[in-house]
Ligand binder design. Structure first.
Ligand SMILES: [Zn+2]
Length: 118
């Protein structure tokens, strides 16, 4: 908490104080105006909320990918039984890629959300 000088009586008062505790002089205009501070805080909250939504949307895309990926890889084992090895390899690789992209995306989204909510 910083100290500021009262413009009326010159005594040192907290810059958080709205009025001088000694003479009662209103200090809000001398320190940073409260409305401006509120505006900055509001804008920051809005940015955080918007960023939060962005990370959530990112998770919404990547989490199903990394859940669905292993399923695709597993189901390609059945494809192998009926359709041969080529489709199995394609399915297995696609499942693996989905899994890894989904996993990495989920980690990035989680980290991003944590970074902005901290
Ligand atoms: Zn004063």
């Amino acid at each position: 908490m910083a100290l500021t000088k009262c413009p009326e009586c010159q005594s040192e008062v907290s810059d958080q104080a709205l009025i001088c505790p000694k003479c009662g002089f209103p200090l809000e205009k001398e320190t940073s105006p409260e409305s401006d501070v509120n505006k900055i805080v509001e804008e920051k909250i809005q940015t955080i909320q918007l960023t939060g939504k962005k990370w959530k949307r990112m998770k919404l895309i990547f989490v199903p990918m990394f859940i669905f990926g292993p399923f695709l890889s597993l189901s390609s084992l059945f494809v192998f039984l009926f359709f041969g090895v080529e489709l199995f390899i394609v399915g297995f690789l696609l499942g693996g890629i989905l899994f890894f992209v989904g996993l990495i995306g989920t980690i990035i989204a989680s980290f991003g959300a944590w970074w902005h909510y901290r």
